[in-house]
Design a protein around this ligand. Sequence first.
Ligand code: AOF
Ligand code: ZN
Length: 369
Amino acid sequence: MSASEDDARFMQEAIRLGLLHLGQTSTNPSVGCVIVRDRQIVGRGVTAVGGRPHAEPQALAEAGELARGAIAYVTLEPCSHHGKTPPCAEALIACGVGRVVISVTDPDPRVSGRGIAMLRDAGIEVEAGVLEDEGKRSLAAYLTRQTKNRPYVTLKLAISADGMIGKKGEGQIAITGPAARADVQKLRAETDAILVGIGTAIADDPLLTVRTPGLEIRSPIRIVLDEELSLPLDSKLVATAKQVPLIVVATEPPRFDESEDKTFLARRVALDQAGVEVVQCNSNRPDELLPALASRGISSLIVEGGARTAKLFLDAGYVDRILLYQGPAVIGQGGIESPVTKTDMPSGFLHRRTVTFRDDRLDEYEREL
Ligand code: AOF
Ligand code: ZN
């Protein structure tokens, strides 16, 4: 059903509001809500930082008496369960809202259609599926964890004009300029966790935190795939583990002899003391790792490199979105080729948008949710 122009316009505003708290409400989705009376917005709400209160009661509180007979636009089906807060569907009914317009139905088994049923039983007109694709994209992390039991995975790559992500034997090299790097900081602030392989952790010695003033309160959980626990204790990652969480994913050490076991154990103890959480997995295959991350409440993950780690996730089919930042520099001889380029994109990825930052450009590709 095609939405009326008004419905689309107000839902657009609800989606915009929802995006404001992206990454700050986990494990709850960041939902947006507007209350409209006589084609005027009289109340706005977004799920509060930390996940509660939900969007609807805040929008209703702002609307006050004007909510009676008004239309509520919500990006996600209002909840019907008595969780940590009373059901939003009940609040909408109690305030006398006349019509509720929803973008996406809630896959949470405690809700899943019950919110809509409650509203309809109370005589409220309900329409669902308005701007659904856009709504789904705004709730992608939440929907992916709920329906696929894994985080939504973004592969972020910074590539040179000749398609390289770095140079052999060199650590971190600047491929993009400050404006594109600021965009990456915003991406980190919106995401629950960020992952690199041990090769990148050693070669680049990155911090993987958010350092932009105003955003720095919210760094993602940092994760290193480190089969044999070889992350240096004096790396920046380990040195900051008491301030920003760091998870090191190890796989079973090869048990050739007892001394190897002992080194592994000693490293484990040292990392432990430095505040690092060591998680032991049977393998670092995404199909094993990702559900383990989801069960810790991680709904969104950025894979930042290097090429081997990127390929691990791409080949296993667990990348939902690719962000290609491309700078004008040419690396040439000794360059490390990017696992994907604009002309060599894995099938199933649709081009979503292009953004330019002075000399750099970002191309975003996404799979259907
Ligand atoms: C809404 N509006 O703004 C959000 C909703 O742990 P609780 O009690 O806060 O419940 C979490 C569930 O509530 C979550 O899984 C999802 O179904 C819903 N989130 N619902 O009506 C909101 N954030
Ligand atoms: Zn609710």
